[in-house]
Design a protein. Structure first.
Length: 130
């Protein structure tokens, strides 16, 4: 099986030794996204958790589209939060980006995230061949 790196200028560039996503067969592995603005590479919504969550979903959406899919193709989503009390807000905003059947999901409380982010998400997308 071959693998291919995905890049979208509509999402933040990689800030380390990783790709925004990797396509392997019919599966796309989306790297973790934080609330970086792709144009400035600065965090958005310093004290606005809603703005940060929306920016993360927008970044994931951009990478998913660059890989030839959409958020509707995400089958697994992992959510990392520095404060799990924000999880209901994730659910509320997620409902504006996804429709049923929703992807399988995990939510993990973590001590810290890169760049002082309060939320990060990664996922797996399945692209069925026509």
């Amino acid at each position: 099986m071959t693998k291919k790196a995905i890049h979208s200028a509509q999402a933040p560039r990689a800030i380390g030794t990783y790709s925004q996503a990797i396509v392997a067969g019919d599966t796309v592995y989306l790297s973790g996204q934080i609330a970086l603005d792709p144009a400035t590479m600065e965090m958005v919504g310093n004290d606005d958790i809603r703005a940060q969550i929306r920016r993360v979903f927008d970044n994931l959406k951009a990478v998913a589209e660059a890989a030839g899919g959409s958020l509707a193709d995400v089958v697994k989503l992992n959510v990392y939060l520095t404060d799990l009390t924000h999880f209901p807000v994730v659910n509320e905003i997620m409902a504006t980006y996804f429709v049923e059947p929703y992807p399988a999901r995990a939510a993990v409380g973590v001590a810290a995230l890169p760049r002082g982010a309060v939320v990060e998400m990664d996922g797996v997308m399945y692209l069925a061949r026509k």
